[in-house]
Design a protein around this ligand. Structure first.
Ligand code: G3H
Length: 254
């Protein structure tokens, strides 16, 4: 049985104290209300990581993640944060390839392949994001885009390394727009992603890969989305900034 995961991506929100207070609410609710085997992951800005990891100690149901990491191990890259640093403060996940990183910071599949290697080499699990823009969907190129993002971003990995990945399908047109992919649209792509993984590796690896949906996911639409056979949870943006909403989404798997 593959792992069910609900990951919150705070993006560039929450100052230090706001983040601690939000996280403290999340921990308390998760502790009291989450009864299933699902994993909650909170991906905060770098400044919170150490404190959140300390606060989460002893609560196996909550893990901490970063939102990016540099591809180099270390060196003269002013302003950047390495995977080793992220690991050293107790985070265990790193979001890679988010469409905002691709769009605003020019991250392409080749760069993301390097970042994936470095993150894995430092014992962290990438949450690797893929997804098409509205223009690409309207031009019916969405399957090709997904195929090439997987092929160029992560299919160079051997089976053992690939098995550490979480994949997140986030149609760019659904991110922060209030427009969610229908459960049928999301399931279609998730099934396609799983097929691609099976074709590259094998059915066992495909069957064990957690594939998250992201894009305007909220407590109302999450139950239907997460009921789809190939959707194993969500990558949650806006709704992860409200403890009640985030934990209600986590609780869909109770
Ligand atoms: O990483 C999260 C996604 O970008 C989704 O963001 P959203 O839930 O605000 O649409």
């Amino acid at each position: 049985m593959r792992k069910k995961i609900v990951a919150g991506n705070w993006k560039m929100n929450m100052d230090y104290n706001e983040g601690l207070s939000l996280f403290s609410e999340v921990i308390n609710m998760v502790k009291d209300e989450v009864t299933g085997q699902q994993q909650a992951v909170v991906c905060s800005p770098f400044i919170h990581l150490h404190s959140l990891a300390q606060m989460a100690k002893g609560y196996g149901k909550i893990a901490i993640g970063a939102q990016n990491a540099h591809q180099a191990e270390s060196g003269a890259y002013t302003g950047e944060i390495s995977a080793k640093m992220i690991n050293s403060v107790g985070a265990t996940y790193v979001i890679l390839g988010h469409s905002e990183r691709r769009q605003y910071f020019g991250e392409n599949n080749a760069l993301l392949a390097k970042k994936t290697d470095t993150v894995l080499a430092n014992g962290l699990r990438p949450i690797f994001c893929i997804g098409e823009t509205l223009d690409e969907r309207n031009a019916e190129k969405h399957f090709d885009i997904i195929k090439s993002q997987l092929a160029e971003g992560v299919f160079h990995l051997d089976e053992a390394h690939f098995s550490q990945l979480v994949i997140a399908y986030e149609p760019v047109w659904a991110i922060g727009t209030g427009v969610t992919a229908t459960s049928a649209q999301a399931q279609e792509i998730h099934a396609f992603i799983r097929q691609e993984i099976a074709a590259k590796y094998n059915d066992t690896v495909a069957g064990h890969t957690t594939i998250l949906y992201g894009g305007s996911c909220n407590p109302k639409n999450a139950p239907e989305l997460f009921a789809q056979p190939d959707i194993d949870g969500g990558l949650i943006g806006g709704a992860s900034l409200k403890s009640r909403d985030f934990v209600d989404i986590v609780k869909v798997f109770n």
